[in-house]
Design a binder for this molecule. Structure first.
Ligand code: SF4
Length: 764
């Protein structure tokens, strides 16, 4: 047999695969590591830390490498979905927005703006479109029913920072690289990589602190990985950090160790704080917090006498009944030891894209206002434009005028991540209409009528806006879109604008580019009218013409950079930043270590650091009343974090959830013996809100009287969900145990730490 082959030149040659490297800031957690992505055509073949990244210098964690699995996850939605009855259908974008128009508009017309609620999930803060166009959607909806993950997380810190310094994001961060002494409460950066503290390779930086002779003290009800790496670990009873901290303040006043140093002319309320702390001696608080008086005094003295020191606290101190008081006391200690706003202390970043504390006249502002409106059912006040998420179930299932009938979620899974989960799950099933912008059909979005999936991470540009306000160095890094937008995909910013247009009454076929022009035009107008701006009184048309030709988020980032504190002011400073200039540096631009910013940063009405703001002062009575509360020996529940898990979002990636069971009940050996539990036994945990079952893990890493369940689990495989890996490794939902009635009243934040529970073996 003879096979005739075409001449070589006529044969169809396979196109050689295109191998390339793209650099990108990791969008998966607050550490913002620089990644080096190896791509074959448009597929990731390898993820490495970018050794030349100006901030992260090659660090990455297992979640960063999981970006490859996230991009290729077969369960990730790539086209719009519409639910008819129990069945889901893939539809065109036009049909999907048509369905949103048909579902949402009648509710708005018949029942008013508040009849539609919005929930904004935590991934939005890692996503340019969510941050810049989410607010356009909220403005178009004009609903007071706005909810987010902030009130199960950091809201107490934002409230205390707003009251003390004048804006919600004026949050001091410990200058980890230069400090000699770090007192850390309720935080576990060896697992979480840091929060409200953006510092790639925070574990490495903490080890360096110790290596240069500094001291790390960790206060936590669990001996976390971070506590194991510290010089000293103090077990503390859950929910009592405010007692420990105020007794430290008491000690500093009593022993005349208070020294404001250069802040002396900028602080108001020092005498009031001394008066407030007067009752809280170490002896008085010791039985409450479980730390003996000598240790409290020694800890206070060490903080005050260290050459450079900082106090830092995170989620464990926010998600408790005295969350705002604890957050406030952290910065009281930073101020009265002279460590606020100095190198090696607790400092304020200056983000290149600007923030509320870089805008307007320096040194004074309007301060913050809360309670401009209240929730319908129980009258809880709004905070920074949103209501406590604990109100969400009752706003849907309580009949009456103003009931929520329509719901919009953007990258959120509140059925798993917010309190009273079972009630919310039931309430969502009763809605007239729900639309979700989401990558997955999860426990929440299964209730949606329409799901609009955004493009994958690599098909969008990235710039960390929020985390630059929390970073221990001032850096500017932009990651351009690394792969083309797939044919059937729609960028998230366009999805959000189309939703906004529907909400505003422009219908599903609105001209989205005209909407984008309107958004940018409004921002430029604001910039030229802002006193002290580097484009003060310039012609808006000239500025719009000079902006980047990119559309969507990138055009806005260009505006923010150019009008920001290092910006070119559209020619006013030829050496200043523009998006083009930042984009030209693939590994980012380092703008240096943090610099002192008081008083320029302050935006309080008085122009001072308000050390004793009135709402906080009033709440100290509640703290005092808690001293007399009996402690009845009930077990209490706290959360925990795992390096390979990030809230509820990444549980569908086998590469992260495989291996040992991560969602277990940590219980102290003495409690386990008393209850007849051994490692591996199934335990039932019951609160006055609900119950869950999960395997016990007996460990003395948790205090006696305390049990721990990691949050973000409980993937029920309920009808309509489509997350195969998560369904195989579901875990238990700790939020089933959290009652919506337990909040920190100053911030409306849910209490997730210190929940009384009963534990028993599950009889088999
Ligand atoms: S630490 Fe955070 S930012 Fe860095 S690679 Fe891991 S998930 Fe990404």
């Amino acid at each position: 047999m003879t096979i005739t082959q075409p001449p070589r030149s006529a044969r169809a040659e396979p196109t050689p695969a295109r191998e390339r490297v793209a650099y990108r800031t990791c969008p998966l957690c607050e550490a913002t590591c620089g990644l080096e992505l190896h791509l074959r055509d448009d597929e990731i073949t390898l993820v490495r830390g970018d050794r030349d990244d100006v901030f992260s210098r090659g660090f990455l964690c297992p979640k960063g490498t999981a970006l490859k699995a996230l991009e290729s996850d077969p369960d990730r939605l790539r086209e719009p979905q519409v639910r008819r009855g129990d069945r889901w259908h893939t539809v065109s974008w036009d049909d999907a927005f048509g369905a949103v128009h048909e579902g949402l508009t009648p509710i708005l017309d018949a029942h008013g703006r508040d009849a539609v609620a919005v929930y904004v999930g935590n991934p939005n803060v890692h996503n340019l479109a969510g941050q810049l166009y989410g607010r356009v959607l909220l403005q178009a909806l004009r609903t007071t029913n706005v909810y987010s993950a902030s009130t199960v997380d950091q809201m107490p810190k934002q409230v205390s920072a707003g009251l003390m310094f004048g804006t919600a994001l004026s949050i001091p961060v410990p200058d980890v690289d230069r400090t000699d002494h770090l007192l850390m409460l309720g935080a576990n950066p060896f697992e979480s990589n840091g929060s409200l503290l953006t510092a790639p390779d925070l574990p490495g930086r903490l080890r360096s602190l110790r290596a240069r002779g500094g001291k790390l003290v960790v206060v936590d009800p669990r001996r976390t990985k971070t506590a194991e790496e510290a010089n000293e670990h103090l077990f503390i009873r859950p929910g009592t950090d405010a007692y420990f901290l105020i007794a430290m303040a008491h000690t500093l006043f009593a022993e005349r160790l208070v020294a404001l140093d250069r802040l002396a002319d900028h602080v108001a309320g020092l005498a009031e704080v001394e008066r407030l702390a007067g009752d809280f001696t170490p002896e008085v608080v010791a039985p409450v917090c479980g730390i003996d008086p000598d240790t409290i005094r020694r800890t206070a003295r060490e903080l005050a006498t260290a050459r450079r020191a900082a106090v830092y606290a995170r989620i464990g101190t926010c998600t408790q009944e005295f969350g705002t008081l604890a957050s406030w006391l952290v910065d009281v200690l930073n101020v009265i030891t002279g460590n606020l706003d100095r190198d090696g202390g607790a400092m304020f970043p200056k983000p290149p894209t600007g923030s509320a504390n870089t805008a307007g006249p320096p040194g004074q502002g309007r301060g913050v206002r809360f309670g401009r409106r209240h929730s319908r059912v129980r009258g809880l006040p709004e905070m920074f434009g949103e209501l406590p998420v604990v109100c969400l179930p009752e706003e849907i299932d309580t009949p009456g005028e103003g009931r929520v009938r329509g719901f919009v979620t953007v990258a959120g899974n509140p059925v798993v991540s917010t309190p009273d989960s079972n009630r919310l799950d039931t309430a969502l099933a009763s809605l007239d209409f729900m639309v979700s912008v989401d990558l997955y059909r999860n426990e929440t979005t299964r209730h949606a009528d329409v799901i609009l999936p955004p493009e994958g991470v690599l098909a969008r540009g990235h710039y960390d806006l929020a985390f630059a306000s929390l970073a221990i160095r001032n850096v500017a890094r932009y990651s351009p879109q690394a792969v083309p937008l797939p044919e059937d995909a729609m960028p998230e910013w366009r999805i959000l604008l189309r939703l906004a247009a529907i909400a505003a009454g422009d219908g599903p076929g609105a001209d989205i580019d005209a909407w984008d022009d309107m958004v940018v035009g409004g921002l430029v107008e604001k910039a030229v009218r802002r006193p002290g701006s580097n484009v003060d009184a310039r012609d808006p048309a000239e500025l719009i013409g000079a902006l980047s030709e990119r559309r969507g988020p990138e055009r806005i980032v260009d505006l923010m950079l150019r009008t920001g504190p290092y910006g070119d002011g559209f020619g006013a400073d030829p050496d200043g930043l523009t998006l083009d200039r930042v984009a030209a540096e693939a590994h980012g631009i380092d703008l240096g270590p943090l610099q002192p910013r008081v008083p320029e940063l302050l935006r309080t009405e008085s122009g001072h650091i308000e050390l004793a703001p009135e709402p906080v002062v009033a709440d100290v009575d509640r703290l005092r009343a808690g001293l007399d509360r009996g402690r009845n020996g009930t077990l209490v529940l706290v959360g925990r974090r795992d390096l390979r898990s990030n809230n509820s979002w990444m549980h569908n990636l086998d590469v992260l959830v495989k291996g040992k069971e991560r969602c277990t009940l940590h219980i102290h050996p003495d409690d386990a013996t008393r209850l007849g539990l051994a490692t591996g036994d199934e335990a039932r945990v019951r609160s006055d809100t609900g119950e869950v079952e999960l395997p016990a893990e007996v460990t003395d890493a948790v205090m006696r009287g305390v049990v721990s369940i990691p949050h973000g689990w409980g993937h029920t495989a309920a009808p309509g969900t489509a997350m195969a890996v998560a369904a195989r490794r579901p875990g238990a939902n700790s939020n089933v145990l959290a009652g919506g009635d337990r909040i920190d009243p100053l911030s409306g934040n849910a209490v997730l730490n210190g929940i009384p529970v009963a534990v028993e073996p599950v009889a088999r």
